[in-house]
Write a protein that binds this ligand. Structure first.
Ligand code: NAD
Length: 525
């Protein structure tokens, strides 16, 4: 009989499913909590929300532990790396809150345009003033959806029922796919001046951080509205406040903030702002769905099924060495996808010296890496193939049993709307390295923040780049320079201690010798 430990409060619907399966279910008590590492040894699975920290100590002590269920999306409180090393599957419930987040966006839009929150506040304080709350209809207005993924599309469907016209910006979506959905796909610069309401539904990635910048806000139609129920950090909040104060933007609705909980309330308290404390997923139904989906996934995983929404795959490093190869494939592909920069159309994965048994896992890891460059945490090993199919991304795989220069090599070719890029990577021990980018040979570690610079091959470039980074107090951990025979261009990969600000990147880009540059955060301290 499976023994399951419930560490945080879980909606009763999921508990019921676990009980009915015949498993022994135990709710962690307040007295037991400090002794979690002692208790866990008896259990086959544990369920957490965000409160319990599933540390390396807890995982290592869980001698029988096979599954960690995270009732929700984010797995920041779970040491996924250690879980993977120990062969413990981490499952989550990534789509359980889709409808709730969608409906909250619509609610925010209506409250904002009809000034419901302000009118309610005034009336409650005894002020009956109909004239002060002249609103705006949604009917016949244009809605700009930035990020046309699951929630963006669901918002668009509902907005159509209000008679809105839909425009979308999503550089990673096939135009033909958007056409089939009856939506006009534009660049952000084209979309913003045409919309009465702009709603954001992208993940928070290196590219979307600060996407709605002062320059983009300035492009918005005068008197239009902005809604952010996606992630804090996508909008430049001080720039938005300035636009609201000058009256160019009529109002903003925000469920998410750059800092949560916020310490600066200037934007939130602005009279034309409607704000909620990140409650997009806070509904009875979403909580119930999270609970039931997690319970079903846990039971499926305990029963040996791989068809679960796992954020990792259960490779034991001692058995196969598979997880380091997967890490290599994932990070190499994420780098390639970020450098390609446009809509991904085709990924080809060539494996050399990699055993047949590991090839499917390496392929799926490469796919996950390529997609997560623009889809963030929404893509996992289980759904990567399906997400690729939905988005029209073709995947090709080939293999050779031997490799010429290294024991093992992964070659990737990524083609998309912004061109094509080829990379190769290998393992130095357990250390994933990129050994070639578009024919430039190098040996750069695939971790942390990489700054990739393509420049004219003339003396002094590295010095200039280093000076600008030094002035911004950004330490360079490692630097690799590469040139190709008979070429006027060179490539540099710099591993940085932290992500440079947009200003630093702008000043680097302004250097005459620099053709292009890109920063890619690969994580993994
Ligand atoms: P999704 O992965 O289905 O869709 C995201 C879309 O954004 C994709 O189509 C992707 O191509 C697009 N995208 C990526 N980078 C982009 C860029 N630079 N410019 C424009 N588009 C870009 O994700 P989803 O499930 O629809 O979730 C959307 C957002 O909503 C996420 O940030 C998620 O965290 C957030 N969310 C918030 C709440 C809440 O409580 N407020 C609840 C659920 C989800």
């Amino acid at each position: 009989m499976n023994k399951i430990l419930i560490c945080d409060p879980l909606d009763p619907s999921g508990l019921e499913i676990l009980h009915q399966s015949g498993a022994h279910v135990h709710q962690l008590t307040a007295e037991e909590r400090p002794r979690l590492a002692e208790i866990i040894g008896e259990f086959d699975a544990m369920v957490v929300r965000s409160a319990t920290q599933v540390t390396a100590e807890v995982l290592t002590a869980g001698k029988r532990l096979r599954v960690v269920g995270r009732a929700g999306i984010g797995v920041d409180n779970v040491d996924v790396k250690t879980a993977t090393e120990l062969g413990v599957l981490v499952v989550n419930a990534p789509t359980a809150n889709l409808v709730s987040a969608t409906e909250h966006t619509l609610a925010m839009m209506l409250v904002l345009l009809r000034r419901v929150a302000a009118a309610d506040g005034a009336l409650k304080s005894g002020d009956w003033n109909r004239k002060a709350y002249l609103g705006t209809e949604l009917m016949a207005k244009t809605l700009g959806v930035v990020g046309f993924g699951r929630i963006g599309r669901a918002v668009a469907d509902r907005a159509r029922a209000f008679g809105m016209e839909i425009l979308a910006y999503d550089p990673f979506l096939e135009p033909s796919f958007a056409r089939d959905l009856g939506v006009e796909l534009l660049s952000l610069e084209e979309l913003l001046p045409r919309c009465d309401v702009v709603t954001l539904h992208t993940p928070l990635t290196a590219d979307t951080r600060g996407l709605i910048s002062a320059e983009m806000l300035a492009l918005m139609k005068p008197g239009s509205y902005l809604v952010n129920c996606a992630r804090g950090g996508i909008v430049d909040e001080p720039a938005l406040l300035a636009r609201l104060e000058s009256g160019e933007i009529a109002g903003a609705a925000m469920d998410v903030f750059a800092e949560e909980p916020p310490t600066d309330f200037a934007l939130i308290r602005h009279p034309r702002v409607v704000a909620t404390p990140h409650i997009g997923a806070q509904t009875r139904e979403a909580q119930e769905r999270v609970s039931t989906q997690t319970a079903k996934m846990m039971l499926a995983a305990l029963g040996g099924s791989m068809a679960v929404t796992a954020v990792n795959l259960p490779f034991r490093s001692s058995d196969t060495g598979g997880e380091t190869l997967m890490l290599l494939a994932e990070r190499l592909s994420r780098l390639g996808s970020s450098l390609q920069g446009g809509r991904l159309q085709k990924l080809s994965v060539e494996m050399e010296g990699i055993s047949e048994g590991l090839q499917p896992a390496v392929r799926v890891a490469a796919l996950k890496g390529a997609l997560s460059a623009f889809l963030g945490v929404g893509v996992n090993y289980v759904n990567a193939q399906q997400v690729a199919e939905e988005r029209g991304v073709q995947v090709q795989q080939s293999a050779r049993s031997t490799c010429d220069n290294y024991p093992q090599l992964i070659r990737l070719k990524l083609s998309g709307s912004a061109g094509q890029i080829e990379l190769a990577g290998t393992l130095f021990g357990d250390d994933p390295r990129v050994v070639s980018i578009d024919g430039f040979s190098l040996e750069s570690r695939l971790k942390n923040c990489l700054l990739v610079v393509r420049n004219r091959d003339v003396p002094g470039v590295v010095g200039k780049v280093g000076t600008l980074l030094g002035e911004a107090e950004i330490n360079i951990a490692e630097i690799h320079l590469a040139r190709r025979p008979d070429e006027t261009d060179a490539l540099a990969v710099l591993r940085l201690d932290h992500h440079p600000s947009q200003e630093v990147l702008d000043s680097l880009e302004r250097l005459d010798e620099v053709r292009w540059l890109k920063v890619v955060d690969l994580g993994g301290g």
